[in-house]
Design a protein around this ligand. Sequence first.
Ligand code: SF4
Length: 533
Amino acid sequence: MTRWGMVVDLGRCVGCQTCTIACKMENGLPPGTLWRTVLDVEGGEYPDVNRAFVPLTCMHCADPPCYDACPTTATRVRGDGIVWIDNALCIGCGSCVVACPYQARHLIPKERYYFGAATPPELATYDRSRIGICTKCHFCFHKFDGAPAAVMPGRDAEYTPACASSCIANAIVFGDLDNPESPAARLAAQRGPGAHMLEHLGTRPSVVYLNVPRIERQPPRLQSSWHGLAVSNFFFGTAGTGLYLLSTLLGQSGVPQAPLLGWSGGAPLWTGPAAGLVAVPQWVGLLGPLLVAIGLLSVGAEAGRPLRGFNVLRNLRRSWMARESGFAMLFMLLALVDTLFWPHPLLRWAAALAGLGVTLSQGLILAKAKGVPAWNVRIMPLVFVTSSVLAGAGALLLLAFAAGAAPSAGLVPLAFGLCLADWAVWRTYLATPAKTATFSQAVAVLKRPVHAWTVVGLGHIVPALLLAFAWGGYGNWALPLAGAAIVAGGLMAKFALVRKAGFLVDLFDRFGESAQLPSERSERISPAAAKAA
Ligand code: SF4
C-alpha cells in the first residue's frame, strides 16, 4: 500500500527558503500564506551554541487531529495517506487550526494580492475557492495523480512536490514510504532511525527528519485563529445553558405552564412584588436559548464562510464542534417549543440535558486541541461545566433584581456553593501537572495579578462574600452585585483562557530524542544546567 511521505535531512538544509517560494509559486498562495517554510532556530549558550534550519509543512499524519476536529468533513484522508481539504465544504471555523500541533494550517481571511491589484501571474494561479477557508499543503498531489506507471514521484522531478524537486541541497526527499525502492524509503533505511516531530502526541507523521541537532525551546506564540468572537461563543454558550439547566434543577424552569400566557405552577423561583409575573418567567425560558444563539452567531461571524454554516452538522461522528452545534440546535428547539407552544417537564429536562451537551462539547473542543497545551487537558470539560452553572446562577440573581423580586431562599446558598466549587475546579486546573514548559508558561500567565484578580477575585471571592452577606440577612442589595461579579468574572475567565493562555505547542519539544543515543540525549542539557550539576 502506498504511503506518501518525506524524509528531511537537517544536516543538508541551508535555509535558503527555495522550497518555500517554489510551494508558493506552484500552488498560487496569496500574501501571508505559507504552506511550508524553513524555521531558522538558534539554541544553546555561548560558547556552546548551535543553529538549525528546519523545513516545516503538514506532516500528513496517519492519525491526524485536524481530521477529527473538522466539523464539516472538509478535511479528508486519502488511502495513500495524503490529508487534504475539500474547499467546497470548509467554513473556515479554525477548529482544525488549533487542533493541529504542527502549525500547518492557514486561514485565508480575504482576497489579497501582493501589489494591491492582481498581477497577471497571480490571476493565472489564484484560487478564489480558498478565500475564507482553511488551507494547507497537499504534497502537490496534482503533480503525480494519474502519472504513468513507469514514473516514480520523488525520483522524477516533474511528478514530485515542488518543495522537494526544487531543494538545492537535496535535503527534502519525497516518496512512497512503504515502497523500499522509493528515494524516501531508501534514504530512511540507509540513514538509520529518523525522528518525527512531536512524536509523543501520537499523530504518527509521514515526515521523517534525519540529523536532528539539539534544538532548544523557542519563544512560544499565541494562537491567532480564535479571537473575541470565539470568547463570546464560549461565554454566552455556557452562560445560556447554565441558566437553563439551573432553572430546571431548581424545580421550575421559569417557563410558563401554559403556552405564551398564563402562569400556573411550581414553587416560584423568587418571591416579592414581581413573583408570578409572566414576563419574568418567560425571559428565563427564552433567555438561555437566546444566549446560546448569540454564541452561535459569534462563531458564524468569526468563520470565513458563515453561509455554509449548516455544514457543521456533517461530522457528528468525530468532531466536538459538530456535536456542539448539534446540541445547541436541539437545545434551542426544545426550549422554544417548551416555552412557547407545548410546556412539558420532559421537554424541559431534555432541553436542559442538550444544554449540558453544548457545554461539555465546548470543553472537549478545547481539551482535544493538540496545538494548544493550556487547553489540551482532561479537566477542561469540568472547567466548562462548573463555570456554566455558576454563570447561570449569576444570571438568575440579576434577573431577580431586574424583576424587582427577591430570589428564593434556595438560590443564594446554591450560588454561594457554586462560587466555591468553580473556584476549586479552576485551582485544580491551574495545578494540573505540567507536561511541557509551554503549559507552565500559560499557567503563569493565568496566575498574573490581572487575571487572578478578575477571574478569582471578581468571579469567585467577591460574589461569595456578597452572597454570604445577603445569606446572613444583612441586605438583599448585595445580590445583584454578586450576580454581576459572577458574570463579569466568568467572561474574564474565558477571555484569559482563549486569548491570553493560548500558546501554541513547542514544535521542538523532545524533538529527535527517540533517534538519539543516550549519550547524545544527555548533551541536550543546557550548559548552565550541566554546570549546576
Ligand atoms: Fe492535520 Fe496538522 Fe497532521 Fe497536517 S500536520 S495532517 S494539518 S494535524
